[in-house]
Design a binder for this molecule. Structure first.
Ligand SMILES: Cc1cc2nc3c(=O)[nH]c(=O)nc-3n(C[C@H](O)[C@H](O)[C@H](O)COP(=O)(O)OP(=O)(O)OC[C@H]3O[C@@H](n4cnc5c(N)ncnc54)[C@H](O)[C@@H]3O)c2cc1C
Length: 208
């Protein structure tokens, strides 16, 4: 896929909780095709210690409004500066980068999308694209605190069912070490709801 270097304009910067903001950026030209799971390398201007661009997942693309959305969690200098972005400010991005999630084999398949904290970022767009294909994705979202579960009310029409769970990621990094994300002890209690969830073709995971 062709990559673009674009100056995007900040349309809105919404604070979701004490650590996360949702940036909606628009382009002067029609946005390129972006696949769920892809990310942008964002240049952080006005932050001398942030020498390199910062990778941030595409949260959603609204082609009608010509907007691309990014969920940003403030962890260091770069993301803190990004979270301060003002309306009309220009933000330089290189995108779309990386791979996408694989597609389900049949439109009838039940799909479970699993994410935690800012790791839910790509799942909103993935869910809406699956919905367009006639699937009804289900979501298992986690966070250390209830308020860390992001965008719960953002797109209720795509949530067929939503299961959220506090304190999933007590041992955050461990989640990816399990052979299947669905075997993680914090997720397992919910898994009987998806009898075939350990079938890799039916679950998609994004974790910070
Ligand atoms: C492909 C990809 C997609 C990503 N998508 C998103 C996204 O959609 N939204 C988002 O907010 N972030 C996302 N990230 C993570 C984001 O890129 C980093 O959090 C960011 O680069 C940190 O930059 P910084 O300058 O703020 O912090 P740095 O100055 O680089 O780091 C400051 C401190 O924070 C620690 N730190 C850095 N990153 C993290 C982290 N992720 N979690 C906890 N501690 C950390 C460092 O170890 C260091 O101690 C993504 C990363 C990748 C590789």
């Amino acid at each position: 896929m062709k990559k673009y270097i674009l100056d995007l304009r900040v349309k809105s910067n919404e604070r979701l909780n004490n650590q996360n903001v949702l940036l909606k950026l628009s382009a002067d030209i029609p946005l390129p095709e972006v696949l769920p799971g892809q990310f942008a390398e964002i240049r952080v201007d006005g932050s001398p210690p942030t020498f390199l661009r910062r990778p941030i997942s595409v949260n959603y693309v609204d082609y009608q409004l010509n907007e691309v959305w990014f969920l940003v969690q403030e962890v260091g200098e770069g993301t803190k500066k990004l979270a301060e972005a003002k309306i009309s400010q220009l933000i330089n991005v290189i995108f779309p980068l990386g791979n996408s999630f694989s597609n389900p084999e049949t439109p009838q398949q039940r799909m479970l999308l699993v994410g935690g904290g800012v790791g839910v970022a790509p799942l909103l767009y993935l869910g809406s694209e699956l919905k367009k294909k006639g699937l009804s994705p289900e979501f298992l979202l986690g966070g250390k605190r209830a308020e860390d579960i992001l965008q719960l009310h953002g797109f209720p029409e795509i949530w067929k069912r939503l299961y959220h769970y506090r304190r999933w990621f007590v041992r955050r990094k461990r989640i990816c070490n399990e052979p299947f994300c669905t075997l993680h002890p914090k997720i397992r209690p919910y898994i009987h709801l998806w009898p075939n969830a350990n079938d890799e073709s039916r679950s998609r995971l994004c974790s910070p």
